[in-house]
Design a protein around this ligand. Structure first.
Ligand code: GMT
Length: 383
């Protein structure tokens, strides 16, 4: 198949999933075309069967805001037409699903029918999508996609509860590439961060308010009062500076390392003992799944799709949003019990293997085939 993928090129979960999906499809021999405004962060080498098309944005004095939607739609019309794509798969509703609809209408006038699959990732429904500024466009674009998927049952429910949806929504979970996300031996790195054998707790996020990074730091301060440990924070975003200041105020700068955005997250996860994700909302929690694949148990909130990934008492613990004491207490008892910790590390790894790339790839390929088949039969009828 010839598949066009539209996504945000950043380190955020939706861009990561879109890119890894494209790489997986390309490895099966499909021709994959990424269309976005910057090379996706995880498309960091040459891959056979993958072409990247950059959407160039025009600077013009009249444009206070660059009309990216129009530029993306024009680019999509061009790529679909000349690369003869069979399907467009857009990740994150805003603005991609709406742009895909516009593209489809333009192409129809040229006698080309391009089916569109939309994958909803989370904040496009739960946070931004519900905002009046976007809601009607989000609802319309979902209802006018040829197929819609969500990354968890929880997000499917949120979508149905929030909007008037006249579409089937299929749940296709996020995934990990087990060849990449696995426990690596990085003892030298571990010694550099925790020279006295301290336990290492890790958090990864885009440092937005919804991630509640301060709760991770507050819980860490409580854990550290009971046992020797270090906290590694991976990622960057609007709250990073505030969090750095908070660490200075509580006098824990030597125990907490801010590593910023990282390409090889698996190399850092390799030295961890525990992962913490105290988010206020999380449709799936890809960061937690990646940590589990690297044998880290997870302390997370019990919100959104997290219970579909992290199993209470088996792969980690799930606590209410803001329950910093609860998170700290669970972490202390787990980190001070070597047998339990070893068992939970194994359980976390085992559970992560249920979300392996190959299983999920099959589901997307089968969905594409159904959608293309349906589109071509409907098209033949209308002709
Ligand atoms: O977490 C973010 O703010 C980034 C966002 C994105 O779209 O890039 O992540 C969402 O999509 C990920 C991939 O499907 C999910 O694993 C995250 O749980 C989800 N984030 C939220 O729902 C807050």
């Amino acid at each position: 198949m010839k598949i066009g993928i539209v996504c945000y090129p950043t380190f955020g979960g939706s861009g990561v999933i879109a890119t890894e999906l494209g790489k997986g499809l390309a490895s099966l021999g499909h021709q994959v075309h990424f269309i976005t405004y910057k090379r996706p962060a995880r498309l960091n080498a040459f891959y056979e069967n993958i072409t990247y098309h950059e959407v160039n944005t025009l600077q013009y004095p009249l444009f206070e805001y660059t009309p990216y939607e129009s530029e993306l739609a024009s680019k999509l019309v061009d790529v679909v037409t000349y690369e003869k794509l069979d399907i467009l798969h857009v990740h994150y509703a805003i603005p991609h699903a709406a742009v895909a609809y516009m593209t489809k209408q333009i192409l129809k006038t040229k006698g080309i029918y391009i089916p569109v699959v939309t994958t909803l990732h989370g904040t496009d429904i739960t946070l931004v999508g519900t905002n009046k500024a976007f809601a009607s466009v989000v609802e319309f674009s979902i209802n006018n996609s040829d197929a819609v998927t969500t990354v968890s049952k929880s997000l499917r429910k949120d979508t149905l509860d929030t909007f008037d949806i006249k579409q089937d929504i299929e749940v296709i979970y996020n995934f990990i590439d087990p060849d990449r996300f696995k426990r690596l031996n990085k003892d030298h790195f571990r010694k550099a961060i925790a020279p006295n054998g301290e336990k290492i707790i890790i958090h990864t996020s885009n440092f937005r308010k919804v991630k509640r990074v301060d709760d991770a730091i507050k819980a860490f301060a409580k854990i550290r009062a009971k046992l020797d440990c270090k906290l590694i924070l991976i990622g960057d975003g609007p709250e990073r500076q505030v969090m750095e200041e908070f660490c200075r105020q509580i006098g824990l700068c030597d125990e907490i390392r801010f590593l910023g955005k990282q390409d090889a997250v698996e190399e850092i996860l390799a030295i961890g003992d525990l992962f913490i994700l105290p988010s206020e909302n999380e449709s799936f929690g890809l960061a937690a799944l990646e940590a589990m694949a690297c044998e880290l148990p997870v302390i997370s909130t019990n919100i959104g799709g997290l219970p579909e990934v992290n199993t209470e008492g088996e792969t980690g613990y799930l606590l209410d949003v803001g329950d910093v004491d609860g998170m700290a207490n669970k972490a202390i008892s787990l980190l001070s019990d070597p047998a339990l910790l070893a068992q939970m590390k194994k359980n976390a790894y085992k559970r992560s293997q249920e979300f392996k790339l190959d299983k999920i790839l099959e589901k997307y390929v089968s969905l594409y085939e159904q959608v293309i088949q349906k589109a071509s039969s409907e098209n033949m009828v209308s002709v």
